[in-house]
Design a protein. Structure first.
Length: 162
């Protein structure tokens, strides 16, 4: 898996100060996407143990509330194995910090279907995510006043309460 960026003090992609990983590769190609360069799975740098260590160290300060995963598309089949490894490491080292994931897939339509079909990687990924922001960005429904999302169709789902 490649990644576009690691932001060590992000305040736009979840509550509080967060560490965010922008993965590369996205099959959705939403018109008006703010991060279209990440559509290419080869964009950016290869995700290595050094990148994982960088994320884990950046999460250490008490003022860091959590970890956000976005892209690109973290749940694209090409990214899932590495995403799971990252989430397992974050959850093990920082169980008190919350994990947000942004996806263009729809929870009930796509993610639950993959789990029902026996996709263990997706099931394990979902076990580590506290909040899922789902749905593709739809330019005609863009709303810059919405907290933590870009269009009216996107939802903030607290998976720990579902």
């Amino acid at each position: 898996m490649n990644y576009a960026a690691i932001k060590k003090t992000d305040v736009a992609n979840g509550p509080g100060v967060r560490v965010s990983l922008f993965v590369s590769g996205c099959p959705h190609h939403c018109p008006g996407c703010f991060n279209a360069e990440t559509w290419d799975f080869a964009y950016g740098e290869e995700f290595t143990e050094a990148a994982l260590t960088e994320i884990l160290q950046a999460l250490a300060p008490e003022y860091i509330r959590g970890f956000s995963l976005l892209g690109g598309e973290p749940l694209a089949p090409e990214n899932r194995e590495t995403v799971l490894k990252i989430l397992e490491a974050v959850a093990e080292m920082y169980p008190q910090k919350d994990i947000w994931c942004y996806t263009g897939y729809v929870y009930e339509q796509d993610i639950q279907a993959w789990i029902a079909q026996g996709d263990e990687t997706v099931r394990k990924i979902m076990e580590h995510i506290h909040v899922l922001v789902d749905g593709p960005f739809i330019l005609a429904q863009r709303n810059l006043k919405l907290p933590f999302r870009g269009s009216e169709n996107q939802r903030i789902l607290n998976l720990k309460e579902m």
